[in-house]
Design a protein. Structure first.
Length: 281
């Protein structure tokens, strides 16, 4: 025998939907709206509203005083309901710590853009919900109502939530929490990108300066080598001119004593020696 003081076990979603489906079938057999093609919405409304034939309604109808006309739309002042973001206004905003920058010699870091949403929600430490948005999706996808119009689905889901002792604000608040976690994760990635750019920009500028100084040193070394070659050519060319002048002087001095013999003093380059002053190919 069950303990009367023990609260009854709350029904599961599947049990509630099965009861709704059974009630919808029973209502459809006895209700004229089923025969007239009223559909699942009228069957669902038959759980709460009994359709009375027009003749019975006329017989039991009593004269009632004429109601006052409804106020004009301009006179109606709609009461503002709670804003969605107010559902989690008292909860601290999620925060994510960016991972440390990998060392240059280490393996590439994980792709944070491909991180599964479940891991993001888990790292955000979202509180447990009696009915989160994933469970809400399962309610909408249940075969009992999956093929019904959206308004029928909404009524069925609201009934299921009510049977669980909660309202639609519970999964809505869970969706808001997840959205805040995604926004916080995006803010962390944006801040990480900015800090990485600042850090690497300084390193890139430093390396650029080192490369520029290195090129300057190497350019100076190449200029020195070219200057050495040019100086050697200049010395060779200038001495060639001085040598030719000197050889002419020597040849002229000994010509009177040769008695018609060839002058042994060569002026300029000999036929079997290349001209060092000529440009090279």
């Amino acid at each position: 025998m069950s303990n009367p003081k023990q609260p009854p076990r709350p029904k599961t979603t599947e049990e509630i939907l099965r009861e709704m489906e059974a009630m919808s079938g029973d209502s459809g057999e006895s209700s004229p709206s089923k025969e007239e093609g009223g559909g699942a919405l009228k069957s669902l409304l038959g759980f709460f509203v009994k359709v009375v034939p027009e003749e019975e309604a006329q017989q039991g109808k009593k004269p009632v005083p004429q109601a006052a006309p409804p106020p004009t739309p301009a006179a109606r002042q709609p009461q503002p309901g709670p804003r969605v973001k107010d559902l989690v206004a008292g909860e601290p905003a999620p925060r994510f710590t960016p991972p440390p920058a990998p060392a240059p010699s280490s393996a590439p870091a994980a792709d944070l853009a491909a991180k599964p949403f479940d891991e993001i929600y888990r790292e955000a430490k979202l509180p447990a919900s009696p009915c989160n948005v994933d469970e809400l999706a399962k309610l909408f996808e249940n075969p009992t109502i999956s093929s019904q119009p959206l308004n029928v689905k909404v009524i069925a889901v609201n009934l299921t939530l009510s049977a669980k002792g909660i309202n639609a604000e519970v999964p809505v608040a869970d969706a808001v929490r997840r959205d805040r976690a995604l926004d916080a994760y995006q803010a962390m990635l944006a801040e990480r990108a900015l800090m990485t750019e600042k850090r690497n920009s300084a390193k890139v500028q430093q390396i650029s300066q080192e490369v520029e100084e290195y090129l300057k040193r190497k350019q100076a070394e190449m200029d020195a080598l070219r200057a050495e070659v040019a100086e050697a050519r200049r010395q060779s060319a200038e001495f060639s001119v001085r040598r030719e002048v000197e050889e002419k002087r020597l040849a002229e001095l000994i010509t009177p004593f040769l008695e018609g013999k060839p002058n042994p003093v060569t002026v300029g380059n000999q036929p079997d020696q290349p001209d060092e002053t000529a440009p090279r190919a």
